[in-house]
Ligand binder design. Structure first.
Ligand code: C5P
Length: 397
């Protein structure tokens, strides 16, 4: 936390008073804290409280006194981490839809680094599908992190989920997000499906969303690594501070990976590479013939990119090769066999039923010594951090 620049956003909920303690914890840990409050938050606690604790003027209004520059952009550029506590349902809705209707939402929209939010609201508001959808959007599309509210007595007199997490908990989550333990490392991450064209309008592919690979790229970049992300076609935004290379086919993916491999410390192969591709790509749209009831398309084997890297670097310590395996049965056995066959250093294995397409996963991280670490069911962001931990352990161990 020492010398870390933190933007502390405070929006209008009763839990705003707890954020004074959070601000104090950040300052005590050596961080530089800049507080931005919504107008509604000032109804619950005065800017003077935060100004006194942070030692800096607090920003509230879009059209306040500005010394120079453009206030919301300067504020957004001034920090490495933004922590919003409490984050109200309305603020989360505005953030999820990209609104910039006041200073704090404008700063949020312009902020391109790590965001941690601590929601706080009534139980029905928390369980409302609109709020659930807004959180899912912020997590999956914007890579936000959350300290989920606890259950207990609420200010509205009811009891249930919605009470903001304690300042100490938010502080611990922020500290974990602030670590820069991958600084100086170069990571290559592959993600998404490959698309193997049949003709100009048809292809063979698979249902990989790319979420896991993008989460690994985001986590490693946040922790200070230089990250190159080679991705097949996915519907995900480019992670901030990551060099993104778009590919379509397995052969294109292989060429990009091979060109970059030797300069990397670790290669994380989350991509769902198609095992086969059409033997030829028809130059024009294929037509069906009258009476044609069956069609056979000749397929040829794609290279196994990971196994190719294993043959080149499997005996070396670097680049560390991390493979992924989705299985439907006999997870550990199949994964251990795959790790050996491909000469990977680590293998992240999961059951298709546990993670495919969704935002959570449960995996076993397996090494050559046969050690398997069960991650339990976690968000793909949390799993990405656990994979980064295992990579660091192997590289530094
Ligand atoms: O053999 P399987 O497809 O289950 O192996 C999965 C692992 O191998 C993943 O890490 C994937 O990125 C990689 N792979 C590859 N080239 C292929 C097929 C899979 O690099 N042609």
């Amino acid at each position: 936390m020492k010398d870390l620049n933190i933007l502390l956003g405070v929006t209008g909920g009763i839990a705003a008073y707890k954020s004074a303690e959070l601000c104090r914890l950040f300052v005590k840990a050596g961080a530089r804290v800049q507080v931005v409050m919504s107008q509604a938050a000032t109804e619950f606690i005065t800017p003077l409280t935060f100004q006194t604790l942070s030692g800096r003027p607090v920003h509230v209004s879009m059209f306040g006194r500005v010394e120079s520059g453009v206030e919301h952009i300067d504020l957004a550029n001034s920090a490495e981490l933004m922590v919003v506590a409490p984050a109200t349902a309305d603020y989360l809705a505005r953030a999820a839809t990209g609104r910039a209707s006041d200073l704090i939402s404008s700063v949020t929209l312009a902020f391109a680094k790590t965001v941690l939010a601590a929601p706080s609201m009534n139980t029905n508001m928390w369980n409302n599908p609109a709020t659930v959808a807004n959180l899912a959007t912020l997590a999956s599309r914007h890579g936000w992190h959350f300290v989920e509210p606890g259950a207990g007595e609420l200010a509205c007199g009811t009891s249930g989920a919605g009470r903001m997490a304690e300042p100490s908990e938010i502080f611990a989550a922020a500290s974990a997000l602030a670590r820069r333990d991958m600084e100086g490392l170069r990571l290559l991450v592959t993600a998404g499906p490959t698309v193997e064209d049949i003709d100009p309008v048809r292809f063979i592919s698979n249902r990989s969303t790319g979420k896991m690979g993008y989460a690994v790229a985001r986590a490693a970049a946040r922790r200070g690594a230089h990250v190159e992300l080679v991705s097949g076609p996915v519907n995900l935004p480019h992670p901030a501070a990551v060099e993104c290379i778009s590919v379509r086919s397995a052969l294109e993916l292989e060429a990009e990976v091979r060109a970059r491999a030797s300069s990397c410390d670790a290669i994380v192969m989350t991509a769902a590479v198609a095992d086969f591709r059409p033997a030829a790509i028809a130059p024009h749209k294929l037509k069906k013939a009258p009476g044609e009831d069956e069609r056979t398309i000749a397929l040829v084997r794609n290279p196994d990119i990971l196994a190719g890297l294993g043959a080149l670097y499997g005996e070396a310590k670097r680049p560390l090769l991390v493979g992924f395996a989705v299985e439907t049965q006999d997870l550990l056995e199949a994964a251990k066999a795959k790790l050996a066959a491909k000469k990977a250093h680590l293998l992240v294995a999961n059951l298709a039923s546990d993670g495919f397409g969704g935002d959570t996963n449960r995996a076993q991280i397996i090494d050559r010594g046969g050690n398997a670490r069960d991650t339990g069911k976690v968000s793909k962001d949390a799993l990405a951090d656990l994979i980064c931990d295992s990579i660091l352990e192997k590289l530094l161990g």
